[in-house]
Design a protein around this ligand. Sequence first.
Ligand code: HEM
Length: 126
Amino acid sequence: MLPERIERATIYHFVTGFYARVQEHPRLGPVFNPRLEGHWDAHFERLTDFWMTVLSGVPAYKGNPFQVHQALPGLSPDLFEDWLGLFAETARDMLEPALADHAVEKSRRIADSLQQGLFFRPASAS
Ligand code: HEM
């Protein structure tokens, strides 16, 4: 069962744990590190807002992840696989099981929809 109330501190702790692993990852690190150097604290706050909104419905995050990722060079379906794998591993290590499952499920759906927009090009449009 999901916890009745999801604490921001729990999500902040998870977000910082996830991005600590991202920074060390051989393929994800090089995409994130140059972009977020000197701005990691703001990113943690923003991503905590994002996951609070996704996981518990509080209206904390305002933004457009699609636009942000569209502007990033070098994204690929393989990189999304890496991201999703690391996210699931971190969620299972750091969150209680029901919340981890919920977060993993949401991450897959959001990644699918981002990838539809980023990589899917209908043949008729080419
Ligand atoms: C290959 C996979 C991914 C890579 C390499 C990636 C990389 C990045 C980077 C570098 C930023 C910071 C951009 C900036 O502020 O300049 C960012 C922002 C963000 N990412 Fe990702 N990302 C990936 C997948 C995802 C997925 C699957 C999600 C959601 C489930 C996600 C959610 C976000 C959000 C919410 C932001 C903040 C957007 C904003 O500023 O409003 N990302 N991402």
